[in-house]
Design a protein around this ligand. Structure first.
Ligand SMILES: NC(=O)c1ccc[n+]([C@@H]2O[C@H](COP(=O)([O-])OP(=O)(O)OC[C@H]3O[C@@H](n4cnc5c(N)ncnc54)[C@H](OP(=O)(O)O)[C@@H]3O)[C@@H](O)[C@H]2O)c1
Length: 321
């Protein structure tokens, strides 16, 4: 079947490790069902994999892709939850299972005509979302949802700062925080992208700008260039929730600010199946339509990856087998 896969890994030129071509059909197991993929969204995770972060050359060839929507063997329209883990091993939270992994890390990923996944990882796709929109939810939107809720504990009527306006997590966080009734600020390096964030309901400012108020929750996925600003923008007792570090993972943190203002610097990764179900319900209830930057046929997955690597995308890039 046609797939986009890592033939190997290359830390200096990740895109050179990408191939689009034939891979064996997935094998259903005792508890694994085959889903016909209708749409799969790209994530920075796919670029990290090609670069050898979280994936080794020995594990290749590995079909990439964490996210998918599609149709299961019984004809049901489904969304695929990407976290493969045992909730019991994580105290009721599969993201805390020490052995948890995402699709494309151990099992073959979603950038293919078909993918085999554990049955518990399927959720019904609501008719309100098309397949491309639904494919955006399992990684970027779920991560943003957990950052705002479980980890960030956004209060009613609260304020949020989102660092970076264009990424999948950033656009998700803006849309979801607005849907939750928050005042949302967002930093962006480019005027056109800041204008696009304002169209989503954010108040967009230049990186490092002083905000009119301090916020309850900072959604931090950029890393080293923005973390000091994130710490300055949180109100006393506020949460700086970190899910990624696209632009650098080694940074100085002012510990005096941390303890004196009783800030919480909180890590967050993906989300649980229950959180994904609540996210889907929120999207339906509030009419949240995920921002799709572009759609590509699977045969043109290399163009989709080039777009992701360029950093020019605003929202999610979706591949449609
Ligand atoms: N822990 C998890 O479960 C999880 C889940 C999803 C993603 N992540 C991680 O979160 C990060 C974000 O992922 P993503 O897919 O949403 O998007 P991404 O493409 O990695 O990041 C794009 C965003 O980063 C900003 N940015 C990039 N370089 C920057 C720099 N040098 N200075 C300031 N801002 C910069 C951009 O802002 P501008 O608009 O200003 O260009 C844009 O908003 C990634 O590192 C990813 O691996 C983690």
């Amino acid at each position: 079947m046609l797939s986009a896969f890592a033939e190997t890994v290359d830390s200096t030129d990740p895109l050179s490790a990408l191939r689009v071509g034939e891979r064996p059909e997935p094998r259903p197991g005792p508890d694994r069902v085959v889903v016909t993929v209708k749409a799969a969204a790209l994530n920075r995770h796919d670029l990290w994999s090609l670069a050898g972060v979280g994936l080794t050359a020995e594990q290749c060839p590995m079909i990439l892709g964490c996210d998918a929507s599609g149709v299961d063997e019984d004809g049901n329209e489904v969304i695929v939850h990407s976290v493969i883990g045992d909730p019991a091993a994580g105290g009721g939270d599969e993201t805390l299972d020490p052995r948890r992994h995402l699709l494309s890390e151990d099992l073959q990923g979603t950038l293919a005509t078909r993918v085999a996944v554990p049955r518990r990882n399927l959720l019904p796709k609501p008719p309100e979302l098309d397949f491309a929109q639904a494919a955006c939810l399992p990684t970027a939107y779920l991560t943003a949802y957990r950052m705002l809720t479980t980890r960030g504990r956004l209060p009613a009527g609260g304020a949020v700062l989102v660092q970076g306006v264009g990424g999948g997590v950033a656009t998700a966080a803006i849309l979801l925080a607005v849907a939750m009734g928050a005042r949302v600020y967002a930093t962006g390096r480019d005027g056109a992208r800041r204008a696009a964030a304002e169209a989503l309901g954010a108040i967009a400012v230049e990186p490092g700008a002083r905000l009119p108020e301090r916020v309850d929750v900072v959604v931090e996925s950029v890393g080293a260039p923005t973390i000091a600003h994130s710490m300055k923008c949180a109100k006393p007792g506020g949460r700086i929730v970190v899910c990624g570090s696209t632009a650098g993972h080694l940074a100085e943190v002012d510990l005096r600010r941390l303890f004196f203002l009783q800030l919480e610097l909180v890590g967050s990764t993906m989300g649980t199946r229950d959180e994904l179900a609540r996210l889907i319900a929120l999207c339906v209830d509030k009419g949240v339509a995920p921002v799709v930057d572009g759609r590509y046929p699977l045969s043109r997955a290399a163009d989709a990856f080039a777009r992701l690597a360029s950093g020019a995308a605003f929202g999610k890039i979706v591949v449609e087998p």
